[in-house]
Design a binder for this molecule. Structure first.
Ligand code: UDP
Length: 337
């Protein structure tokens, strides 16, 4: 199948960490990009000035229509990153997570279908999966789903929406189940407000910018008793979005619209303690920390089998943990020289 890059792309959640990085990647391909973001958690200054930004919510049909109407003709693809992403927060506010992640995806996908968008790619999550039984296991796309948190449930419901949308045969849809996205590219730092992700928290604790890191649990059934996750560089992640959109556009053009899922990770499990050690190595100073109780919703291990990512999208994430930590530290301004 001939796959060419989508030349016009609506990106939701474009002012977030992954979104702003993806926008740079799409621009490098020569795409015309329109950004849609409600700026509740994103930062407008992360976007290049010449990318039009519609400040609006994906649950609001008028905002979505306005963004779609910014193109001269219907865009080739919509890449949907807008959403709430914190497992712990979702256990406190499950209805909010349903509203933003499920209703938002439904409204957006319906309007994209109505407008004739050929490809719809959504950021899903490893949190839709039933956790691993053995710590050495890797989860492929056929692994059973079974979310443990409202966040995971909301992403799974979003996947169901995309499956149904593709069945109409007019729009190919893709769910990229992201594992733990880390690192930085294009000089864009990972900054969430509040920050909840392990690598920036550990780095900034070591630099004295934040209080000591809470290690969420040291009683998991893993080799060093801390959680295992599959950290993947944001550069590889945005490449996956770009190629998935390309594939979906080609599928729709050839009359074979379908729904596809890909696991986006490296296939390597890394423990919280190993991440801390990498941060200490890169900064040359200790990460102050205290062992805390488990965070609600956290599971012992989530590690991908990225074979399909390699075979179908030709993506082989090979930037290792030290590279991710180094890139994160550099963009946070924590490396000397
Ligand atoms: N984690 C931790 N302390 C923190 C934040 C995270 O121990 O302050 C652990 C968390 O329990 C998980 C891993 O780090 O095992 C990655 O968490 P993060 O929030 O970065 O991503 P998630 O896996 O929730 O998507």
């Amino acid at each position: 199948m001939r796959t060419t890059s989508p030349s016009t792309v609506l990106v939701t959640g474009a002012a977030g960490y992954i979104g702003a990085t993806l926008v740079r990647r799409l621009l490098a391909d020569g795409a015309r990009v329109i950004a849609l973001d409600n700026l509740e958690r994103g930062h407008a200054e992360q976007l290049p000035r010449d990318v039009p930004l519609i400040v609006g919510d994906v649950r609001d049909p008028d905002s979505v229509r306005q963004a779609l109407g910014m193109f001269d003709r219907t865009p080739d693809a919509c890449i949907h990153l807008a959403g709430l992403i914190q497992v712990g927060e979702s256990t406190l506010f499950p209805q909010l997570y349903h509203d933003v992640n499920v209703v938002g995806t439904q409204v957006l996908a319906d309007l994209c279908l109505e407008a004739g968008v050929a490809a719809f790619v959504m950021a899903s999550s490893a949190a839709v999966l039933r956790p691993l039984q053995g710590v050495g296991d890797r989860l492929d796309e056929d692994a059973p789903v079974g979310p443990e948190s409202p966040y995971g449930s909301s992403k799974l419901a979003g996947e169901h929406t995309l499956r149904a949308a593709a069945q109409l045969g007019r729009m190919s849809t893709v769910a990229l189940r992201l594992f733990n996205v880390a690192g930085a590219a294009y000089g864009l730092a990972e900054r969430h407000d509040p920050e909840t992700h392990l690598i920036p928290l550990a780095l900034r604790a070591a630099a004295g910018e934040l209080p000591p890191l809470h290690v969420f649990g040291d009683d998991f059934p893993t080799p060093d008793r801390t959680c295992l996750r599959d950290y993947v560089h944001v550069r590889d992640v945005v490449e996956a979005f770009t190629r998935a959109a390309r594939l979906a556009v080609a599928q729709t053009a050839s009359g074979s619209a379908e729904f596809q899922v890909f696991h986006v990770g490296t296939g390597h499990g890394t423990s919280v303690n190993e991440v801390i050690a990498a941060c200490e190595l890169v900064l040359g100073k200790p990460v102050p920390r205290v062992v805390h109780g488990r965070r609600p919703g956290d599971v012992a291990a989530l590690v991908s089998d990225p074979s399909k990512l390699a075979q179908v999208l030709n993506i082989h994430p090979d930037r290792d943990l030290l590279r991710m930590v180094r890139d994160a530290a550099a963009t946070l301004g924590l490396l000397d020289g």
